[in-house]
Design a binder for this molecule. Structure first.
Ligand code: ZN
Ligand code: ZN
Length: 216
C-alpha cells in the first residue's frame, strides 16, 4: 500500500513514511495534556482556585444538550418554547385588547418604576455643572492614581492603559469625603477588579482586603 504524497516543510513524503506524522497528535487542538501539563494545572488550581474557576471553560456535551431539549419539550413557559400559530394569534389579540383600555395604559405607565415614577426620584437634582465638575475631578483623580502606580495593575502587572481602572479602597458610595483622596485609590486592571469584587463584594471594602488580595 502506498500512502498519499504530501509536501511537508518543502519536502515530499508519502504519508505512510512521514516522519512528522507520529507527532501530529501533540499539535492538534483537543489532544490530551501531557503529565507535566496536568501537574501544572493542578498546582495553579491550588494556588488560585477562584481564578481557575472563573477562567474555566464550560462545555456541555451533546447528550446533555439533547437531554435539556427533551426535558423542556411541551413546557410552554420554557425559554425558546415553540408556540403554535394559533397560540400566538390569541396572545396578540389579548395584548391588543388590553392596551386599548386607557386605564390599563395608565396603570402600566405608573407601574413601571423608572425616572419620575421611581420612589427615589428627587426631580433630577444634580445640576449639569456639578456633574461636569465631578466627572473632571474623577478623571484627574484616576490619572494621578495611575501616575503614582506607574500605569501598572498592582495585582497582575497589566500595563495597557485601556485595561486599567482605579479602584476605591474605601467605597465611593459610603465615603463621599474620600472620593478624590489619592490614598484611597489603587490601580488595578478590569479583570483583577472584577475578581476583587467577586471575592469581597461591593460594599464595606477595606484596606485589609486589598492587601490580602494583592498577596493572593
Ligand atoms: Zn490585573
Ligand atoms: Zn472597585
Amino acid at each position: 500500500m502506498v500512502g498519499k504524497v504530501e509536501r511537508i516543510r518543502g519536502k515530499l513524503f508519502r504519508s505512510d513514511e512521514n516522519p512528522l506524522k507520529k507527532n501530529y497528535g501533540n499539535m492538534k487542538k483537543g489532544s490530551k495534556h501531557t503529565e507535566r501539563a496536568k501537574q501544572k494545572i493542578r498546582e495553579n488550581k491550588l494556588k488560585n482556585p477562584i481564578r481557575y474557576w472563573l477562567g474555566k471553560k464550560r462545555y456541555f456535551s451533546k447528550k446533555w444538550k439533547e437531554n435539556m431539549r427533551e426535558s423542556k419539550k411541551g413546557n410552554q413557559n420554557a425559554r425558546g418554547a415553540i408556540r403554535s400559530e394559533k397560540f400566538k394569534k390569541n396572545a396578540r389579540k389579548i395584548s391588543l385588547k388590553r392596551w386599548q383600555n386607557p386605564n390599563y395604559r395608565k396603570y402600566m405607565s405608573e407601574f413601571q418604576k423608572v425616572g419620575k415614577n421611581h420612589p427615589n426620584w428627587k426631580g433630577g437634582i444634580t445640576p449639569i455643572n456639578i456633574k461636569i465638575r465631578q466627572s473632571l475631578e474623577s478623571k484627574l483623580w484616576q490619572d494621578s492614581i495611575f501616575n503614582r502606580d506607574c500605569n501598572y495593575c498592582q495585582k497582575c502587572k497589566e500595563n495597557r492603559i485601556s485595561k486599567l481602572t482605579a479602584h476605591h479602597i474605601l467605597n465611593f458610595a459610603q465615603f463621599p469625603e474620600l472620593r478624590f483622596a489619592i490614598d484611597n485609590g489603587i490601580t488595578i486592571c478590569r479583570n483583577c477588579h472584577k475578581l476583587f469584587h467577586h471575592i469581597y463584594g461591593r460594599k464595606n471594602n477595606t484596606k485589609e482586603q486589598i492587601k490580602e488580595f494583592l498577596e493572593l
